[in-house]
Design a binder for this molecule. Structure first.
Ligand SMILES: *Cc1c(COP(=O)(O)O)cnc(C)c1O
Length: 376
């Protein structure tokens, strides 16, 4: 039997083992573990990669989003009770960042083809309390268009990107995480750019916001023992930054490899019971097709659980992103009465196939064969 893991983190990091071990050894020998030169290097390298004016390393992706909103509140741009529009099918962290700041998440249905926020439904969700739209580039696909920008502009809304799943994706020449007013990145080990522990970053071109986020993530302090704001402790540490400096060098190559796997899945899976993801057609660079970095390759099937069992019997591990939508979670009782038919369909039918920089072509062939042999 096969043994195809959904995501083999051991194998992914083994590719760079020598460099990673050296990076860790250098930090240990330096005796300097927080707010040092590795964090500064990673911030500089990521800013260059993303063409962002400011990158601020933080403890994780959730904190990146929390700190952006906290900074806007601290700066008087938002206040408690204000509303933030967010896709109903996102990972719960997007909502947690909003509600933790005593802002109100307003859920909007996704588009069933792209799985991303349906931009055509935003206008009707706007109220006098709406202050921001949080777009999520879900599964690694860009969620952006001119209409989104127009709605934000005409309603004076900030656009915050949850870029946790899409580092490296490009819309019309601009990387995700540099499209809106501010963005949160996650370097959770399973993300396309994964640290060896928790890590995250905020990206923005706004000088004031950048300065405030940096202070708020460091006890509200710009100068040691001088506290201007009531902050948090949410810093990227030197050892994770050192690992990320190594792995950032390979992200484009790894994302390109993911695109190749995705291309094979898209052209070779031909089972009528399986609905393939529909990447947004690239109007800007069709030859390059850089609007997607395939963090996840998500298919749909009405008999999803049977399909997952069929694959498991053949030694192929799959996961569901995500089994329960945020509005049905106990954590959000106040949203439990809401009903989102498209979101429900997605959560009932989606299945994520193995895709990563270390899935081999033979393994991809086996997955395709197993999928095509499934009869509902
Ligand atoms: C992973 C993820 C986050 C949170 O990132 P952490 O680093 O795990 O805190 C937020 N939003 C989305 C869409 C994610 O996938």
């Amino acid at each position: 039997m096969n043994n195809i893991k959904f995501l083999d983190l051991q194998k992914i990091n083994a590719q760079y083992a020598a460099e990673l071990k050296q990076a860790a050894a250098d930090v240990i020998d330096s005796g300097w573990f927080l707010t040092g030169e590795r964090v500064a290097s990673f911030e500089k390298n990521l800013a260059q990669f993303n063409n962002s004016k400011h990158i601020i390393g933080v403890a994780n992706g959730l904190d990146a989003l929390r700190l952006i909103l906290k900074a806007y509140i601290d700066m008087g741009i938002m206040q408690e009770g204000d509303e933030v529009i967010v896709p109903a099918n996102t990972y719960i962290a997007s909502l947690l960042a909003i509600s933790d700041n005593r802002l109100v998440p307003v859920l909007v249905e996704p588009n069933l083809q792209s799985y991303n926020l349906d931009i055509d439904l935003i206008q009707q969700a706007i109220t006098p309390k709406t202050k921001a739209i949080m777009v999520v580039h879900l599964y690694g696909q860009v969620c952006w268009n001119d209409k989104l920008v127009e709605i934000a502009k005409s309603n004076n809304l900030k656009i915050i990107e949850d870029n946790a799943q899409a580092i490296g994706a490009i819309f019309n020449g601009t990387k995700t995480g540099n499209l809106g007013d501010a963005a949160g990145f996650s370097f959770y080990p399973g993300k396309n750019l994964g640290a060896l522990g928790d890590a995250g970053a905020v990206s923005t071109n706004d000088d004031q916001l950048a300065e405030r986020v940096r202070a708020l993530g460091n006890y509200g302090s710009k100068k040691k023992y001088v506290n201007e704001f009531q902050g948090l402790n949410s810093r990227l540490d030197e050892i994770q930054a050192a690992f990320l400096v190594v792995k950032l060098k390979y992200i484009d190559t790894e994302n390109q490899y993911r695109r190749q796997i995705a291309q094979r899945y898209l052209s070779e899976i031909n089972n009528p019971n399986i609905i393939l993801p529909v990447p947004v057609a690239s109007q800007f660079s069709p030859a390059e097709n850089k609007e997607h970095v395939w963090h996840l390759f998500v298919i749909r099937c009405e008999k999803r659980d049977a399909l997952q069992n069929h694959l498991a019997e053949k030694g192929i591990q799959t996961l569901i992103h995500y089994p329960i939508p945020p509005n049905k979670q106990l954590a959000y009782k106040e949203l439990n009465h809401l009903d989102f038919p498209i979101t429900n369909t997605i959560h009932d039918q989606v299945l994520s196939l193995p895709i990563s920089p270390v899935v081999t072509n033979d393994e991809v062939s086996m997955v395709i064969q197993a999928l095509n042999s499934f009869s509902a």
